[in-house]
Design a protein around this ligand. Structure first.
Ligand SMILES: *Cc1c(COP(=O)(O)O)cnc(C)c1O
Length: 426
């Protein structure tokens, strides 16, 4: 058959291999032809509210003109240049704007391409920080059930075995700590002290307050505070993976702002470039940078990606930061938070709503039904939402919303109604 006679979904199947997909059981991919504001449109013209801001990236809305116009202008001026030996205004302006809103102790920014490389670089900074000083510290500490990406270092510190199983023998050395939930903080602290006494721990990587891929699990700020303090006392480099939580999702610019102790290193991606272009940044303190600053060339951080600090991506990030710090977007974030609180009141006493939780614009709960009755509950939930014109990606029985901040009241109500319909249907 000629190409013109095949649908996009059919042509997709010929050469494309999709992420996190078992192609034998997944069925066809849905072609999306347009995205605008909080909406996606498929090739039949059907509209879906993007309830997860396309994996938490497009927080200011899709195809936001304030961002696309800036990037279009930058495209006419400087598209790409090597960032080793050269520099450019978009990267410099972005560094100034970002340092302005990061926790006070952050001083230096290292660019890469995605969340996995951002955490990979954070891990390498922690390991080489100790190596450069002659410390024998080679073990990383991470939370159980954390997720930090799909490259080898990032996989090693992640706790999700569906993704990692085939590669476990090749991992860097990692020890795991239980997540502090308030009622177990004392045990977690004991476990931490025990691990520190047994292993030479170089760094601790964690998703602050919300573990995204684990199912938007939220933990105790007090408990995390204590862990961070003990890490600092023991010269363990703390790495906050804010790839998901960064740029307003928790109601503050960074989740780390809820904590007393600022991390040594912060990993950023996803909403950093507002859903327009892929880029990541790993920021660190002056003390981390100084451990690499030497007459000895081998003490430098010899890590680099071809598209490091791409001027177009930097421009998208800069325009995104201007939006984030604007009155309008800050009001939008508050509005969405309040709206979720009211929705929480509406469903909290429903018999099928378990572990209802909210931080900032993220609201989540487990659908409490007999899983055995639904062999593939997650897929049936997904299909239910899509039929109702709502794009949500349940994680197992966890249903969560993390929509663009600019989502309208009517669009939010459409998501809420689809969830309430699911509570009746399943
Ligand atoms: C998504 C995510 C990553 C990985 O980012 P990619 O861009 O998918 O490589 C790492 N850490 C956290 C917390 C994430 O949510």
């Amino acid at each position: 058959m000629k190409k013109e006679n095949l649908s996009l979904a059919q042509r997709d199947q010929k050469h494309l291999w999709h992420p996190l997909t078992q192609h034998k059981t997944s069925g066809k991919m849905l072609p999306i032809v347009k995205a605008m504001g909080a909406s996606l449109f498929d090739d039949k013209g059907k509209e879906y509210i993007d309830g997860i801001a396309s994996w938490y990236t497009a927080v200011y809305g899709h195809c936001n003109k304030k961002i696309t116009q800036r990037v279009a202008a930058q495209m006419q001026q400087l598209d790409q240049v090597v960032f080793s030996g050269f520099t450019h205004a978009p990267a410099i302006e972005l560094s100034e704007a970002l340092i302005n809103i990061l926790p006070n102790n952050q001083q230096k920014l290292f660019f890469s391409d995605n969340g996995s490389t951002a955490t990979e670089i954070g891990i390498k900074m922690a390991l080489q920080y100790h190596h450069n000083q002659g410390n024998d510290r080679k073990v990383m500490l991470a939370f159980e059930e954390g997720f930090h990406g799909d490259t080898f270092g990032a996989m090693s510190v992640s706790g999700l075995s569906v993704y990692n199983g085939a590669f476990e023998e090749h991992f860097i050395e990692v020890v795991r700590l239980a997540v502090p939930m308030g009622n177990n903080n004392r045990e977690v602290l004991e476990q931490l002290r025990d691990l520190i006494s047994k292993y030479n721990i170089a760094g601790f990587i964690y998703e602050p307050l919300v573990q995204g891929a684990a199912g938007m699990k939220m933990h105790d700020a007090e408990g995390l505070n204590t862990i961070l303090k003990v890490c600092k006392q023991n010269n363990i480099i703390t790495i906050a993976d804010e790839v998901m939580t960064g740029f307003g999702k928790t109601g503050k610019n960074f989740a780390s702002e809820y904590l007393e102790t600022s991390p040594d290193i912060i990993c950023m991606s996803k909403a950093l470039t507002a859903g327009l272009l892929p880029m990541a940044i790993t920021s660190c303190t002056q003390a981390i940078f100084d451990a690499f600053y030497s007459e000895d060339i081998s003490k430098g951080l010899f890590h680099g990606h071809t598209y490091t600090a791409n001027p177009l991506a930097c421009t998208a990030a800069l325009a995104g930061l201007e939006l984030l710090t604007s009155k309008e977007i800050q009001q939008d974030i508050k509005r969405v938070m309040e709206s979720h609180q009211q929705f929480g009141q509406r469903i909290k006493d429903h018999s099928k709503v378990k572990n209802l939780r909210q931080l900032g614009v993220i609201i989540a709960f487990e659908l409490d039904v007999e899983m055995e009755r639904y062999g593939d509950l997650r897929n049936q939930l997904f299909a239910h939402f899509m039929e109702n014109g709502v794009f949500l990606r349940p994680l197992g029985s966890t249903i969560y919303i993390s929509a663009p901040y600019i989502i309208s009241k009517v669009e939010l109500e459409k998501i809420y109604s689809a969830i309430e319909a699911a509570l009746e249907k399943f």
